[in-house]
Design a protein around this ligand. Structure first.
Ligand code: MN
Length: 208
C-alpha cells in the first residue's frame, strides 16, 4: 500500500476569493501530489513500504540526522504538512469554541490577540515554512517551522497550520504574504478542527 494524495475536504472553489481554484489545483494537484509521488518512489520495495506516513516521516528524520540525506524526509514531511493544512482551512468563517476558546483566552488574552500573533509571525517568517497553532505545556502557542519541518520539531501537539511557502499565495497575492494571511486568518481557519486536535489527546493522523 502506498501513500495516497489526500482529497481536498472541500471543492476547489470553496475558498474563493481568498484562495482561488487555480491555486488549489496547483498546490494540491501539483505540489502536494509531487510530494506524494516522490515519497512513494523513494519507499517502493524498501523496508518503509506499507508503513503509515507518520512512521515514514519519523524514519526519514532519523535517517537525515544520521546521514545528512534529507530527501525522503523533505517529501514525506511535506505530504503530512499539506494534509494537515487542507484540514486547517474552512470554506466558512468560524470562531473557536469551548475548551479551545478558553485556552486561547488564557494564553493570549483574546481571540483577536491570537489572530494578530498568527499574522505577525506568519509575515515575519523568513522564506519557506509554516506557522502553527500548537498546544504545549497546558497552553496554546504560535510557533514556526522552516521548509519541510513538521510539528515534531516543536515538541507540541499541532492544532492548525498555515502554509507560508510562496506557492501557497503567489498566484493570488503575488508577493503580498500579509494579505494572504489576513484573508485566511480572518475567514478561513477551521477552528472546529483545531478544537478536535486539542481535545483528541493524540496527533491527527494522515489518512491511509
Ligand atoms: Mn504548500
Amino acid at each position: 500500500m502506498s501513500i495516497s494524495l489526500l482529497p481536498l475536504p472541500y471543492a476547489e472553489t470553496a475558498l474563493e476569493p481568498a484562495i482561488s481554484a487555480t491555486t488549489l489545483q496547483t498546490h494540491h494537484g501539483k505540489h502536494h501530489k509531487a510530494y506524494v509521488d516522490k515519497t512513494n518512489a523513494a519507499i517502493e520495495g524498501g523496508e518503509l513500504a506499507g508503513k503509515n506516513l507518520e512512521d515514514i516521516v519519523a524514519a526519514a528524520e532519523a535517517k537525515g540526522d544520521a546521514t545528512g540525506d534529507w530527501g525522503l524526509f523533505n517529501n514525506a514531511a511535506q505530504v503530512w504538512n499539506h494534509g494537515f493544512y487542507w484540514h486547517s482551512l474552512s470554506p466558512e468563517a468560524q470562531s473557536p469554541q469551548g475548551e479551545l476558546a478558553a485556552a486561547i483566552d488564557a494564553s493570549f488574552g483574546s481571540f483577536d490577540a491570537l489572530k494578530t500573533e498568527l499574522a505577525t509571525q506568519g509575515t515575519a517568517h523568513f522564506a519557506s515554512g509554516w506557522v502553527w497553532l500548537v498546544a504545549k505545556d497546558g497552553k496554546v502557542a504560535v510557533e514556526q517551522t522552516h521548509d519541510a519541518a513538521t510539528f515534531n520539531s516543536l515538541g507540541a501537539t499541532p492544532l492548525l497550520v498555515i502554509d507560508l511557502w510562496e506557492h501557497a499565495y503567489y498566484i493570488d497575492y503575488k508577493n503580498l504574504r500579509p494579505d494572504y494571511l489576513k484573508q485566511v486568518i480572518d475567514d478561513h481557519l477551521n477552528w472546529a478542527f483545531a478544537g478536535e486536535n486539542l481535545s483528541r489527546g493524540a496527533v491527527w493522523a494522515y489518512p491511509a
